[in-house]
Design a protein around this ligand. Structure first.
Ligand code: ADP
Ligand code: ASP
Ligand code: MG
Length: 481
């Protein structure tokens, strides 16, 4: 079970989360992963930025704010006063943040490795508080620093798990606790390299911690507790009438998160999919709602279009060769270099013989332009490549659903609805798998387009869950000798 920041953001939320753990632990063997309290990681990021720019006063006030918040939460959860060890642990985490920031302030520099030592502190503080509170409630909770278990490579800030080493440590550290009847409370988001250096899994990475650890211990299910009823047909902040999907496939979940749905971290889907473990997204504020099941194949929800999501700020970069240029070779070199630089493409189009359009997230734009400049210096100088053009402030809208495959008319309905908004489409791509249709529109029109698509495909109407039909086992041919 993983509890996100909003599910442990206040003393009241922690009591609710603890109740859910206690209830489940009475029937099942449970491992808990916790995020930092809501907004804590954002505040650490802000402290690091302030430290780097030499704003000592701001650093002091941000760090003091974090210290105060954790002290207050602890004071409220333990009416007769938090245990001295708990207070000491919280003070120590905050002191470490102050030290890291002060070192950075003096040097006016940072590195992803140093940043990770600070970023990982939020989970440390929330996990010690949640552990102590559960113990007070009579649950045999045991604090586990994920750095002891979740082993990663050294890509600080966006580390990748070493699955074999993690499975080994999970068997050594987590399973014995579970066997003794304890409930491990594990810090989300952070891990460590083989030599023990702290790493983080990228923002929103506690979901990833949960699926990595779930896969490592071969869990029956992975439950992600958050602040919405499950995966919804659209971002509820954009479409207030978005409905909850009872089921989506792993493939759909990957696409949805890639195109902006924050409800599950994009990389988190993979370990669960590889291990074939269903993931449930559930609302910690309304635990009676069943939530969304993410699994290999949908058994209940057969809508053609299931959801619409958007990346609101993107840029279209167009690279064109002269008519007689080596287009395929140029394109190949560029894509390989972008992959090496870990730039994710949102959408790409080649609709003329010699022009390639790449849509990337706006924060990646500068990096892509620098790559093009470095890679094609000569070609640009000699006019083999035309000057690169950039169109900013566009949004990528993704419309998805596995059942769109082979269904004629979906594109026509979609673009008629978009046209009715007087919005002109800048670029389009339909995945070969027909799992999704992506298109770019001006950023200013993104919300209107998301609404129009949501409306056109009647996504606000919840689909009644049809009970799964039990199929007889398929007959398999037998070779007779
Ligand atoms: P947590 O702190 O629990 O990890 P997040 O804020 O990371 O929670 O993710 C949950 C949020 O994702 C929701 O509050 C919602 O605003 C947002 N969200 C965006 N798109 C979707 C979607 N399609 N379905 C559900 N939630 C979505
Ligand atoms: N606390 C981390 C973040 O805010 C990880 C997470 O919440 O999943 O990015
Ligand atoms: Mg999250």
């Amino acid at each position: 079970m993983k509890f996100g920041g909003t599910s442990v953001g206040t003393p009241e939320c922690i009591r609710r989360a603890a109740g859910l753990v206690q209830q489940s632990a009475a029937e099942h063997r449970v491992i808990v992963v916790v995020s930092a309290f809501s907004k804590v990681t954002d505040t650490i990021v802000a402290s690091l930025q302030a430290a780097k720019s030499g704003a000592g006063g701001e650093v002091a006030s941000l760090c003091e704010g974090l210290r105060q918040r954790h002290r207050e939460v602890a004071a409220e959860l333990f009416p007769s006063g938090p245990a001295p060890e708990l207070l000491a642990a919280l003070e120590e985490s905050c002191d470490r943040l102050v030290q890291i920031c002060s070192g950075m302030g003096q040097l006016r520099t940072s590195s992803p490795q140093i940043a990770d030592m600070a970023l990982a502190l939020g989970e440390e503080m929330s996990a010690v508080i949640v552990t102590a509170f559960l113990q007070q409630q009579g649950v045999a909770a045991a604090y586990v620093d994920s750095a002891r278990v979740l082993k990663t490579d050294g890509k600080f800030g966006e580390a990748n798990p070493e699955m074999d080493a993690t499975a080994h440590h999970a068997r050594e550290v987590l399973l014995p606790l579970v066997k003794q009847g304890a409930v491990p409370i594990v810090t989300g988001y952070r891990g460590a390299t083989a030599s023990g250096q702290l790493t983080t899994l990228g923002r929103g990475g506690s979901d990833y911690s949960a699926t990595i650890l779930g896969a490592a211990v071969a869990a029956d299910e992975i439950w992600i507790w958050t602040d919405v009823d499950g995966v919804l047909t659209a971002d509820p902040r954009v479409c207030r009438d978005a409905s909850t999907l009872s089921e989506i496939t792993f493939a759909e979940a990957v696409e949805l998160s890639h195109y902006g749905a924050k409800v599950i971290h994009e990389r988190a889907v993979r370990p669960a999919r590889d291990a074939g473990i269903p993931v449930w997204i559930k609302n910690s504020f309304r635990p009676e709602v069943p939530g969304t099941r993410i699994a290999g194949a949908a058994r209940r929800d057969f809508r053609t279009v299931k959801a619409v999501s958007a990346v609101p700020k993107a840029s279209l970069i167009t690279v064109s060769t002269r008519q007689d240029g080596h287009f395929a070779e140029t394109l190949g070199r560029l894509l390989m270099r972008l992959a090496a630089e870990h730039v994710e493409l949102l959408l790409s189009t080649q609709s003329s013989q010699n022009a390639l359009g790449l849509v990337v997230r706006q924060p990646d734009e500068q990096r892509v332009l620098e790559v093009i400049q470095r890679l094609f210096r000569t070609e640009l100088r000699h006019g083999v490549l035309e000057p690169v053009s950039v169109q900013r402030d566009i949004a990528v809208i993704a419309v998805l659903g596995e059942a769109m495959k082979g269904k004629p008319g979906t594109l026509a309905r979609l673009f008629t609805a978009v046209a009715a908004q007087q919005v002109s489409v800048i670029a389009v791509a339909q995945g070969a798998s027909e799992l999704n249709i992506c298109f770019a529109v001006p950023s200013a029109a993104a919300n209107a387009v998301v609404h129009a698509v949501h409306e056109e495909f009647a996504l606000a109407d919840a689909v009644e869950a049809v009970p799964p039909v039990l199929q007889p086992e398929p007959l398999s041919p037998v070779m007779l000798s």
